[in-house]
Design a protein around this ligand. Structure first.
Ligand SMILES: Cc1ncc(C[n+]2csc(CCOP(=O)(O)OP(=O)(O)O)c2C)c(N)n1
Length: 341
């Protein structure tokens, strides 16, 4: 699909998802301020166009792997926000029964193979899933979301090589928000464009504007079709910026206020809103109502999760270890052999 073929309804739907993600994140920050969250919170503010535009091209039986900054990917792929908030707050009703927190949200039934606290940890998982799809001969594809920092990890390079050798149906989506915690990409990365790294693996690489949801949707839509038709893996760098700190509590002393302001002017939600108003004559009341609706929707999910129970102390270790693991541990401890451990 070209940009000119996209309808105002499709853009409006994506605007709504971006607003949902932003509202979710803003409320997550409020929970962190109230000390109700149980682990670090890395918000996706400013990067919403990527998860939204990419996931709008996916089917339910397509898969994604995510990162420590994964709330937006999960929401765009259809995760249940009440279960997400419950997980953030350590409640029994959360995605991991409150044992995992923000960085461990997964919903395999709808193709979310997991957020991941290990930088680049999701990339090899996406390659494994793509290998399974190839063996099963279905038309699903996998999208691996990761940051610019992750592209300097060994796992990224090994995974791209393996995916290229096997021509696997996987899209590597690098969210280049210019920082790995406090380090600017120009100090950490050997190439001008992260997409240049595709050449080393003999695959297609391209860079697009990750703050323009229409561009993400149309460019990624073409790539997704190519991958579905057997092109093999593609590396797509999407340029963006995180408007909030690396995590809740970051003092942000590694970047200037002017730099943040220059990217705030390129806020993907505001961009999309302006496109809808100026190019499609969309009434502002309609867009304002979407914000009100999504805020109410998010608040309802949050308030319900807040009143959900915490795990009982007696059951805290339940579901953390494989029951067979304990058996092995017991056998080792009671063995007479001194060479076992
Ligand atoms: C293997 C590993 N190394 C280091 C860390 C600590 N860490 C957490 S987030 C992060 C920065 C990641 O940067 P990037 O991949 O660009 O993602 P972003 O935070 O910008 O979304 C680091 C180094 C980690 N979690 N895992």
């Amino acid at each position: 699909m070209n940009k000119s073929d996209i309808t105002s309804e499709q853009i409006l739907d994506m605007y709504q998802i971006m607003v949902r993600i932003r509202e979710f994140e803003n409320q997550a920050i409020e929970l962190a301020k109230m000390n109700l969250t149980r682990a670090a919170i890395h918000t996706y503010n400013g990067e919403e166009a990527i998860a939204t535009g990419v996931c709008a091209c996916l089917k339910e039986n397509d898969y994604i792997t995510s990162t420590h900054r994964g709330h937006g990917h999960c929401i765009a792929k259809g995760a249940d926000m009440r279960k997400m908030y419950a997980e953030l707050m350590g409640r029994e009703t959360g995605y991991c029964k409150g044992r995992g927190g923000s960085m461990h949200i997964a919903d395999v039934k709808i193709g979310i193979l997991g957020a991941n606290g290990i930088v680049a940890g999701g990339i090899p998982i996406s390659v494994g899933a793509a290998f399974a799809i190839k063996l099963q001969k279905t038309d699903s594809i996998v999208v691996s979301f990761f940051g610019d920092g992750a592209s300097n990890e060994g796992a990224f390079h090994e995974a791209l090589n393996m995916a290229a050798v096997k021509r696997l149906p996987v899209a590597f989506v690098c969210e280049n928000n210019h920082y790995g915690i406090s380090m600017n990409v120009s100090q950490s990365t050997s190439v001008e464009r992260i997409s240049d790294r595709a050449k080393a693996y003999g695959i297609k690489g391209l860079t697009i504007d990750g703050n323009d949801v229409v561009e993400v949707y149309t460019s990624f839509g073409k790539i997704a079709e190519e991958i579905r038709n057997g092109s093999g893996p593609v590396l797509i760098e999407m340029e963006t910026y995180r408007l909030s700190g690396h995590y809740f509590g970051d003092n942000e002393n590694y970047r200037s206020k002017d730099e943040v302001a220059s990217w705030r002017a390129k806020d993907p939600i505001q961009n999309c809103r302006e496109q809808l108003i100026n190019q499609y004559r969309c009434p502002t009341e309609l867009l304002d109502n979407i914000i009100k609706e999504e805020r109410a929707h998010v608040m309802e999910a949050c308030e319900t999760a807040k009143s959900d129970p915490e795990p009982s102390p007696a059951e805290l270790s339940k579901d953390l270890y494989d029951p067979d693991f304990k058996k092995i541990e017991w056998r080792v401890r009671t063995s007479n052999s001194s060479s076992v451990l």
